[in-house]
Design a protein around this ligand. Structure first.
Ligand SMILES: Nc1ncnc2c1ncn2[C@@H]1O[C@H](COP(=O)(O)OP(=O)(O)O)[C@@H](O)[C@H]1O
Ligand SMILES: [Mg+2]
Length: 225
């Protein structure tokens, strides 16, 4: 479903020097797979996730989504594909502070066709899946960190993406809450058949996923934990 071939990403440091962050990375991800991307801070994990999620461009190489080459696609096609295919979850939840949990989850649907009543039904179902039906009217600052992340997960899943890309989704949470968030993500993708990519610097988190890839010195290595 997703295939990077010989992907390269170079960044330009403020000093003017170029750093080859990702060198010749090749990677295939199939539907239903759960993959951890492990690596120390600054190794390029978020950069890789941004490439996979079509938020960023490769410098060289090829990236196929469902067999279609994305590196030659125009902005509109990329935006469509990105919106359809991916759901994003971030370390800092990235919820809109003035909106309720319900409205945050609803937000991505406002840009899509569909009737209000169906939209409401979908949002209620998503909040129920993450166990937050009782918190629909709460604003983010009235929710715990774990609850905020559950809202973010409901939002990421609301348009039934085929891939969930999660960047350190447990990084702002205590150990137990983080474990519960990972359980929730794993259960949800099992139910929907979506693929899951979780970026983390914690081996304990990575171990819980079926497949572990480590980024080190610009290379991606398959690891058995
Ligand atoms: N757009 C950019 N311009 C310059 N440097 C960047 C850019 N994006 C990331 N970097 C640098 O690249 C390195 C890797 O970043 P990142 O992918 O965020 O790593 P990780 O998620 O593994 O911590 C860091 O040193 C970061 O400062
Ligand atoms: Mg990062």
């Amino acid at each position: 479903m997703l295939e990077l071939r010989d992907a390269q990403k170079t960044i330009h440091l403020p000093s003017g020097a170029a750093l080859e962050l990702l060198q010749n990375i090749s990677l295939k991800i199939s539907p239903g797979e759960s993959v951890a991307v492990l690596g120390r801070s600054g190794t390029g994990k978020s950069t890789l996730l941004g490439l996979l999620g079509l938020l960023d461009n490769l410098d060289q190489g090829s990236y196929l989504v469902d067999g279609y080459e994305t590196t030659t696609m125009g902005d509109r096609s990329l935006a469509c594909l990105r919106g359809e295919m991916f759901g994003f979850v971030y370390q800092r939840f990235c919820l809109m502070s003035r909106l309720s949990a319900f409205q945050n989850v609803e937000a991505p649907l406002l840009y899509r066709p569909g009737r209000k009543v169906e939209r409401r039904r979908a949002v209620c179902a998503a909040l129920e899946k993450v166990g937050l039906s009782e918190r629909a009217k709460h604003k983010p600052d009235q929710l715990s960190g774990g609850e905020q992340q559950r809202v973010a997960i409901a939002r990421a899943l609301i348009h039934c993406p085929r891939v969930i890309l999660a960047d350190e989704p447990t990084g702002s949470l205590d150990h137990d809450t983080g474990g519960m968030i990972l359980d929730l993500l794993l259960n949800l993708v099992k139910d929907t058949g979506a693929a899951l990519v979780v970026v983390t610097h914690e081996t304990q988190i990575a171990k819980r996923l079926a497949r572990v890839l480590r980024i080190s010195d610009g290379l991606l290595i398959e690891e058995k934990l």
